[in-house]
Design a protein around this ligand. Structure first.
Ligand code: NAD
Ligand code: ZN
Length: 342
């Protein structure tokens, strides 16, 4: 089969032949139809500091996909041949304290698909059956492949209720754009989105943002205060991974409000904890991965019911062999979600 493989400890990837993986007793072989590119894949391509510490070549990369079950191990009971599936990318152990207490997303022994386990940028992929998600037949393939990052957005937005609340979303990458659609669908009364990228700000308006702010040209906190009668917003969603944006969020949240943080920061961040958190009595949620599988159920219903339409976020499509074009677009920020037809 053809696959996109990180073969060496340096920049780049290779599109080459790889053996079709073997199926164990509780494994499933999936024929990949579509895979989508995540920032993690770009880090691996660029061989950033994170990748150098976390990744060991050779490995097929990618963790977002939709595909069809083509072969099942003798003990598999959860899926059947020809069923359309996606999967949770955190391959949890099912045995640790976190797995036993309903926190499999922070399993102590989890393996990351496309990092610790061969990934989805290939014609075939083997997964243990317990991470597979059976797709709702009403969800088109191009939407099914983005369920994994969409689930990040679901948990970030819905860490608490947003109905009739005022919301500031920092970062309009694919996850910030999904979050905008989700906040809108859940009845947020005011959605302000901040991103230095005007291409993405334009999409955010179509996803439901009432105000789109460019933080390089405008004062985010001032705009929030003007729009909220000087109260600040009830909810901040930090989806940029930028220290400055995080601080703007802390300044913009109303005392007694909440902030959810999914963004991942390159370095340690600096915040004024006394002033911006303790004395404002705000609630901070760290968000990682998705709840397994309650978030997948919500994601599936958002998409199958049409409550959120992610069509405008999916901006580019390439055949798998042209993966590098997609990675370049992502580095230039001239895209929403980029998908690869396998
Ligand atoms: P992305 O990199 O595509 O989007 C980030 C956006 O933030 C970009 O559009 C960028 O222009 C914008 N940005 C940069 N500086 C900004 C600033 N000062 N103010 C406002 N916006 C700014 O990433 P994504 O795929 O949409 O993911 C969002 C974030 O979530 C990233 O930090 C990513 O690493 C992180 N993430 C975390 C998890 C998790 O499990 N915790 C999972 C996936 C992604
Ligand atoms: Zn575990």
């Amino acid at each position: 089969m053809k696959a996109v493989i990180k073969t060496k400890r340096n920049r780049g990837l290779e599109f080459k032949e790889a053996p079709i993986p073997k199926v164990g007793l509780r494994d499933v072989l999936v024929k990949v139809r579509i895979a989508s590119i995540c920032g993690t894949d770009v880090h691996i391509y660029d061989w950033t500091r994170w990748a150098q510490h976390r990744f060991t070549p050779p490995r097929i990369i990618g963790h977002e996909f939709v595909g069809t079950v083509t072969k099942i191990g003798d003990e598999v009971t959860r899926v059947n041949i020809d069923e359309k599936v996606s999967a949770e990318s955190h391959l949890s152990c099912g045995k640790c304290y976190q797995c036993n207490n309903g926190y499999a997303e922070v399993c102590r022994n989890f393996k990351l698909l496309g990092v610790d386990h061969d990934g989805t940028f290939a014609e075939f992929l083997v997964l243990p059956e317990h991470v597979l998600w059976k797709n709702d037949p009403n969800i088109p393939d191009e939407w099914a492949t983005i369920q994994e990052p969409f689930g990040n957005a679901v948990d970030t937005v819905l860490a608490e209720d947003v109905s009739a609340k005022t919301v500031l979303i920092l970062g309009a990458g694919p996850i910030g754009l999904f979050a905008t659609g989700i906040a809108k669908a859940c009845g947020a009364s005011l959605i302000i989105v901040s991103d230095p990228n005007n291409y993405r700000l334009a999409i955010s308006k179509k996803m439901g943002a009432h105000i789109a702010v460019n933080p390089r040209k405008q004062d985010v906190t001032q705009i929030v205060m003007e729009a909220t009668k000087n109260n600040g917003v009830d909810v901040v969603l930090e989806l940029s991974g930028n220290n400055q944006a995080l601080n703007q969020g802390l300044k913009s949240v109303t005392p007694g409000g909440r902030i959810s943080i999914l963004g991942i920061y390159e370095r340690r961040v600096s915040i004024d904890l006394n002033k911006e958190v303790v004395f404002k009595k705000i609630r901070i949620y760290g968000i990682t991965g998705r709840k397994i599988f309650s978030t997948w159920h919500k994601t599936s219903r958002f998409l199958s019911s049409g409550l959120v339409d992610p069509t405008l976020v999916i901006t580019h499509r390439f055949p798998l062999k042209d993966y590098e074009k997609g990675i370049k677009l992502m580095k230039d920020g001239k895209c929403g979600k980029v998908i690869l037809n396998v």
